[in-house]
Design a protein around this ligand. Structure first.
Ligand SMILES: Cc1cc2nc3c(=O)[nH]c(=O)nc-3n(C[C@H](O)[C@H](O)[C@H](O)COP(=O)(O)OP(=O)(O)OC[C@H]3O[C@@H](n4cnc5c(N)ncnc54)[C@H](O)[C@@H]3O)c2cc1C
Length: 401
């Protein structure tokens, strides 16, 4: 039996996120979306409101809140704009929660504490120009030389690449294993912006998430101290899959915020706009689109909360998290599509926010595992192939193997 009653603390986190979203994101979003830039006030405002580390235990600079709070905060941020939720996804979900689970005490003190306090912005670099879904196809290498690893490679499509101070980076430490694409040859490192040979840049001309930063990270003979190897050599692939369990959860819950934003905008417009002498909400075909948004919102929410409860209990949740991500992203795309349709020609311009919702909704069907990857995962779970083919990658929340 799952209890979906929110605690006072969970609601307090939701309200904190709602306040930042309504005061900092919503009033400026059209301007920054048009300019294709991150609002420079967003990260400081999120840090000030403790939004950059609230799921991290107090001993590491956070507030010790749970996964349901994280989901509620993601809903609120993405209700305002997807780019604002992406900050929670990469900084808190992919970096902080993963460092908390996999890093040693020294690494936590050095990298997690400032991240949780919002003093250092963090992100996650897995994707490369020629390797997205096919993680094992990565080209980045991390070759041990004395007490250092020498990193060479390019990471592409990395959220906050051009603003983050520290990066979780994955690369092959073993060239023979790289040739055979053996995932045990992949290791994970914490790389700092200031390290010699690290350069970053922004990707221009994106379809959506325009008020966010997405970019590339180039590493040329970067000397990373062995102390920055996370957990142990060869654990990189498992860590990356664990990271995606956290990130997908934030995308699923964030997508519910996007569905709600589409629904609210469409309800308002359906009352305002009249055709053939009645509000357009009176037309059955418009009602159908609105009803589908309600349906998508309610069951997508149930799925991310179910995954959140499992996470809170430390139970395996890869299948449930991936399912919630797949369903919520599909529903958000459909809701945004319908929201533009309901707004008619006005939905085709950024005078109304639904045009931005439409562009933003596409990204979630691509990042953190494409729709096709999610579909295959669910089929493989149902068929029993993930176990049979040793594709079982589920990991406990706490504990490392
Ligand atoms: C806005 C944005 C932000 C991002 N942020 C980050 C980030 O912070 N960090 C990070 O590491 N990455 C990030 N990414 C990258 C993202 O995770 C990848 O784009 C994603 O994993 C897909 O990889 P790809 O683009 O290389 O597509 P590909 O893997 O090349 O896929 C191309 C197409 O082929 C399909 N396909 C591939 N393999 C199969 C298969 N086996 N069966 C069926 N169909 C298949 C895919 O579903 C897709 O439709 C971001 C991407 C975007 C757009």
């Amino acid at each position: 039996m799952i209890d979906f009653t929110f605690t006072e603390n969970q609601l307090a986190v939701r309200d904190m996120a709602r306040e930042v979203a309504s005061k900092v994101v919503i009033p400026t979003i059209q301007e920054f979306d048009r300019k294709h830039t991150l609002n420079p006030e967003l990260l400081p405002a999120m840090a000030k409101a403790n939004l950059l580390g609230f799921c991290i235990p107090e001993e590491y600079g956070g507030m010790g809140m749970d996964y349901i709070s994280l989901g509620l905060a993601c809903e609120e941020m993405e209700y305002a704009d997807t780019a604002a939720r992406v900050v929670l996804s990469v900084h808190l979900g992919l970096f902080c929660m993963s460092v908390l689970t996999w890093a040693n005490e020294e690494q936590k003190q050095k990298y997690l504490v400032p991240a949780a306090k919002g003093e250092k912005i963090s992100t996650f670099g897995l994707t490369e120009p020629a390797a997205g879904s096919d993680v094992r196809g990565m080209e980045t290498t991390a070759i041990k030389k004395g007490d250092k690893y020498i990193l060479n490679g390019e990471k592409m499509w990395i959220s906050l690449a051009n603003v983050a101070d520290q990066f979780l980076i994955f690369g092959y430490h073993d060239l023979e294993m790289k040739k055979t694409r053996d995932p045990h040859g992949i290791s994970c490192f914490i790389v700092e912006r200031g390290m010699k040979g690290v350069t970053t840049g922004s990707i221009e001309g994106k379809l959506g998430v325009r008020a966010g930063n997405t970019g590339w990270i180039s590493m040329q003979d970067v000397e990373v101290p062995e102390e920055n190897l996370v957990y142990k050599e060869g654990a990189g692939f498992k860590i990356a899959m664990f990271c995606l369990d956290q990130g997908r959860y934030t995308v699923a819950s964030g997508s519910c915020g996007l569905i709600k934003a589409c629904l609210d905008a469409s309800l308002k417009y359906s009352h305002e706009r009249k055709t053939f002498g009645v509000e357009i909400g009176e037309h059955q075909l418009v009602k159908q689109m609105l009803a589908n948004m309600v349906k998508g919102y309610e069951y997508s929410r149930y799925l991310w909360m179910k995954a959140g409860v499992l996470k809170n209990e430390g139970k395996r949740n890869t299948r449930e998290t991936a399912l919630s991500k797949w369903v919520a992203c599909d529903e958000a795309e459909q809701a945004a599509h319908s929201a533009v349709q309901i707004h008619g020609a006005y939905g085709y311009s950024d005078e109304y926010p639904v045009e931005r919702f439409f562009r933003n909704s596409k990204g979630a069907a691509i990042y953190e595992g494409t729709r096709e990857v999610q579909t295959l995962m669910q089929a493989d779970y149902a068929l029993g192939y993930r176990k049979d083919k040793k594709l079982e990658r589920e990991l406990p929340i706490v504990g490392q193997e």
